[in-house]
Design a protein around this ligand. Structure first.
Ligand code: ATP
Length: 257
């Protein structure tokens, strides 16, 4: 099976007027279809840099990067990107915000519009289509951002700290909703998060990066019982706390390096 993402020996140097700094180096990664993978590690270890390479927003200084077996040359409709901020347009209704990707890719038609209406309904936003973003809570807005991302039906979703601006309860609810929605549709996902418990609860695999420069420190396969549970209940599964402490312990050693 062709991996959805393949990174071969990726390195990236950011060059500014004053200096060149090596952000990541020697990154090898394969993400298989339907897999949910999280990237965790200390601030500055290169999580967003890696996502930007996969999103086609950043050309790496070294190495080869592929999505579905094709070299990445730029942003692709196969890849959806969801960020910490929802970036909804305040002057457009919820429905019109959700449709924007379809409009831009010239795929808006009665069928795709009706699919978006169904997605809004699934996300509990069926009655909100005519409202404006300012009339919605943060959690509702992030659900609209998820609908907007899914509307164009990308096979791969990149999730860059999508819950970090939300209150704890909303964040737990959205974790469950996102995992369920993506699994149902067979999507592949890469999540960047600072919340280790979230990473373990949502993922099939957690990738711990170290820094200066960012490299893959260790990969953790999440045990079956935790993977099968909804993220909220996964935290109560046998083995969850032990795994949390194991990864946490490794993170502390990285922090001291
Ligand atoms: N545009 C840029 N110009 C120069 N250096 C950059 C740029 N973007 C990132 N860096 C540097 O590259 C390294 C990796 O940054 P990156 O944002 O990918 O890390 P991160 O793990 O996502 O960080 P955080 O967890 O704080 O969001 C850091 O040292 C950062 O300062």
């Amino acid at each position: 099976m062709v991996p959805v993402v393949e990174l071969n020996d990726i390195a990236h140097v950011y060059v500014t007027d004053r200096e060149a700094s090596l952000a990541v180096e020697g990154i090898h990664l394969k993400v298989e279809p339907g897999e949910f993978v999280s990237l965790v590690g200390p601030s500055g270890c290169g999580k967003t840099t890696i996502l930007s390479v996969i999103a086609g927003l950043l050309q790496p200084s070294k190495g080869a990067a592929y999505v579905n077996g094709d070299p990445i040359y730029g942003p692709s409709p196969e890849v959806g990107y969801m960020l910490q901020q929802d970036y909804l347009f305040p002057w457009r209704t919820i429905m019109d915000n959700a449709l924007i990707g379809l409009e831009l890719t010239e795929r808006l038609n009665p069928e795709s519009r009706s699919a978006v209406q169904n997605l809004l309904r699934e996300m509990g936003l069926g009655d909100s289509g005519n409202l404006y973003p300012s009339q919605l809570s943060g959690g509702m807005r992030q659900r609209v951002a998820l609908v907007r991302t899914l509307a164009t039906d990308p096979g791969l979703l990149l999730l860059d700290e999508p819950f970090s601006a939300l209150d704890y309860q909303t964040k737990l609810q959205l974790e469950d909703l996102i995992v369920e929605t993506l699994k149902e549709r067979g999507k592949t996902a890469i999540l960047v998060t600072h919340d280790l418990s979230e990473a373990i609860a949502m993922s099939d695999r957690v990738i711990l990066l170290n820094r200066n420069p960012g490299r893959i420190h260790r990969l953790f396969d999440i045990p079956e019982n935790i993977r099968r549970a909804q993220p909220f209940f996964a935290r109560k599964e046998p083995g969850f706390n032990e795994l949390f402490h194991e990864i946490w312990g490794e993170m502390q050693t990285i922090g001291k390096e």
